[in-house]
Design a protein around this ligand. Sequence first.
Ligand code: FE
Length: 128
Amino acid sequence: MNDCSSGKCGLTYEQRRILHEKGTERAFTSPLNDEKRQGVFHCAGCGEQLFSSEHKYDSGSGWPSFYAPINEKALGEDTDYDIGYARTEIHCAKCGGHMGHVFPDGPKPTGLRYCINGAALNFTPKTG
Ligand code: FE
């Protein structure tokens, strides 16, 4: 992972807190929670494509939610016990930046809910 302590990485304090320290943004604070355009969501840390609008849905949680990543290799998983029980932490497979968690209460066809910090993503709307 890049060392952004110098502040030269171009990330905000909030983005570094999430990506590098596994922080969580407050619910309903990310503009991407309400983003409904077609397009691709990139890792804010390294630019890798992680999620597509195709798989985005409104979970009501206040965090951008997807039922699948953009491809099978985009994300890495870890188990964390930060709040007392096991959760599956997900991060960018390329740079290691923390994205959020995945829960088994999502919609069909996967039944998964990728609960993502909007500040960990950059959205590129589809053109044309
Ligand atoms: Fe990344």
